[in-house]
Design a protein around this ligand. Structure first.
Ligand SMILES: [Fe+2]
Length: 198
């Protein structure tokens, strides 16, 4: 594991009051380190069922193409020592081109796209590579503060070799004018970390 002081500012704090939800979620007591046992390290990773042919192509999951700018999201999963992480399950979810999630709890009055579910998954190859085909999501309003809008973004969940190695994160798109007003992005204090490619 990397020296935590070297990572200072590259990870968001658990409590960041401008991101209002953290005032409810952040632990109020010191964290307790639990010893790792073999069962935690070799327990099955959630979500290991066969991948479908279009699971990583969100433009081919319906009878017609979704609206929006088609994009390819690709990269490699590496560990702290820059070694490739093979067979990592990557799940992705996002809003459609109008900024609306296909989810019962999204009441943003932007149109749903009948040809876009906004969810996909894939598994990294031996070199840690992954690739998704999707559309660029739209920005959407949220209730964090007055006139709050999230920059366009895509959410990711990554599982490494075990359930305990899950990472949940999100990616943005370069030069979005909403960056300065987004407390989730701004909670990462190190500007180089905010600009790091996915
Ligand atoms: Fe989102």
């Amino acid at each position: 594991m990397k020296d935590r002081s070297a990572m200072a500012g590259s990870q968001p704090p658990l409590l960041y009051p401008p991101y209002r939800s953290t005032t409810r979620w952040a632990p109020s007591k010191p964290l307790i380190r639990l010893p790792e046992t073999l069962s935690e390290l070799d327990a099955p990773v959630y979500g290991w069922w066969p991948l479908g042919e279009a699971d990583n192509d969100l433009t081919r999951q319906s009878s017609d193409e979704p609206q929006g700018q088609r994009i390819i999201v690709a990269g490699r999963v590496l560990d702290e020592a820059a070694r490739p992480v093979a067979s990592a399950l990557i799940e992705l979810w996002q809003a459609n081109a109008a900024g609306r999630y296909c989810h019962a709890k999204d009441d943003h009055p932007a149109p749903l796209d009948p040809h876009f579910a906004g969810a996909g998954r894939t598994i990294t190859d031996a070199e840690g590579r992954y690739e998704f085909i999707t559309i660029k999501p739209g920005a959407y309003p949220w209730r964090n503060h007055d006139n709050a809008w999230r920059p366009a973004h895509i959410h990711f969940s990554l599982f490494g070799s075990s359930f305990r190695t899950r990472l949940v994160t999100q990616m943005y798109f370069p030069d979005d004018p909403l960056f300065d007003y987004d407390p989730i992005l701004q909670s990462v204090h190190d500007e180089r970390a905010r600009r790091r490619p996915p």
